[in-house]
Write a protein that binds this ligand. Structure first.
Ligand SMILES: NC(=O)c1ccc[n+]([C@@H]2O[C@H](COP(=O)([O-])OP(=O)(O)OC[C@H]3O[C@@H](n4cnc5c(N)ncnc54)[C@H](OP(=O)(O)O)[C@@H]3O)[C@@H](O)[C@H]2O)c1
Length: 309
């Protein structure tokens, strides 16, 4: 687990919440420089974990999922890319397929249970077994709890939580045929604490966290790794739902200042390759995890004053 602690001077220096969240100077032990530099992939470990494996990635059409696909391309393995935007996935297949990396495209809509079943059916025609299942696909929220329609809450719970659970259970047979199956779940920092304008998203990510953490503790289960990203530079806020279910359609300045998706993907793959069960990915915003745990008054002070975009 990457450990971020706060330097005493940082506490004194707090002027405003955005400053705390956005300044990489808040990270102690000289880490800012290190964080600015792209983490190289540990090729040897990566090969040990993923060579000749069958790997399914949801949310592969954009952001973190797309970056994971790009980082895995070139390894001798078979990738199954899943998302709704199959046009984008086909473009990626054309560009990234090689003698070493075989790529299959399977459409999935995590909102529709019958489409999830059909996706597993289609995948089992293309591959003999499944070694790795990366749950990346998801959708966020940009609305106050008091304004948000319950249908929007249900939609987010279905896509971010129930969809992932259904896909996992339906893949049981395919994964059961693997000698060493593994599941990687992209949760969020919001899976560890609530945040303004993220009530349904936080609920879905808490549910994911609870479900897969329980699974981690069951001796019969595959290896499970739960990833909690902070702010990663992707288009997530464009697709995020407003109170009435419409798309937010705007950039989020906090995400725009976040870690690049490629860097996040490398950290995730390096962590998984090392057998980590919990991975935190981000910059100084990760301090909020420790504030929430050890300094709850400070956490609430910052969270309430951070402009919810
Ligand atoms: N970016 C961040 O700061 C951040 C922070 C914490 C956690 N995360 C998590 O990271 C994951 C990836 O997000 P991202 O930042 O990479 O955002 P993104 O660029 O918007 O990617 C989201 C992915 O999810 C897929 N998706 C959305 N709705 C779907 C549905 N109904 N069925 C199937 N797939 C669906 C999208 O594909 P289609 O639209 O083609 O279906 C897309 O590939 C999400 O689970 C998100 O909660 C992101």
């Amino acid at each position: 687990m990457e450990v971020f602690c706060m330097h005493p001077r940082t506490i004194k220096g707090i002027q405003s919440a955005p400053e705390v969240l956005e300044s990489t100077k808040a990270i102690p032990f000289g880490l800012p420089r290190q964080l600015a530099v792209s983490a190289p992939l540990n090729q040897k470990r990566l090969l040990q974990r993923f060579q000749n494996k069958y790997i399914c990635i949801t949310g592969a059409s954009s952001g973190i999922g797309e970056a994971l696909v790009q980082e895995l391309t070139g390894l001798p393995c078979t990738l199954v890319l899943m998302a709704r935007n199959t046009k984008r996935l086909e473009e990626m297949r054309t560009k990234l397929s090689s003698d070493r990396t075989v790529i299959h495209v399977v459409p999935i809509d995590l909102e529709q249970p019958d489409v999830i079943d059909a996706a597993v059916e289609a995948m089992s025609v293309s591959i003999p077994h499944l070694d790795w299942l990366f749950h990346v696909g998801g959708i966020s929220q940009r609305s106050l709890a008091a304004d948000t329609d319950v249908q929007v809450v249900k939609r987010i719970m279905q896509i971010d939580f129930l969809g992932a659970v259904q896909l996992t259970t339906r893949c049981r047979e395919l994964m059961g045929r693997s000698a060493s199956p593994g599941i990687v779940v992209i949760s969020s920092m919001t899976g560890l604490f609530g945040f303004p304008k993220r009530s349904a998203y936080a609920a879905a990510k808490h549910a994911l966290q609870g479900y897969f953490e329980s699974m981690q503790l069951e001796s019969s289960s595959p290896y499970v790794c739960i990833v909690s990203p902070g702010s990663i530079r992707t288009n997530m806020s464009f697709q995020a739902l407003e109170a009435d279910g419409s798309q937010h359609g705007k950039a989020d300045p906090r995400l725009e200042k976040g870690m690049a998706a490629t860097e996040a993907a490398r950290r995730i793959l390096n962590g998984v390759a090392r057998g980590k069960r919990t991975i935190y990915v981000g910059r100084s915003e990760l301090l909020m995890i420790y504030f929430h745990r050890y300094l709850p008054f400070l956490f609430r002070w910052i969270a309430r004053r951070t402009p919810a975009k």
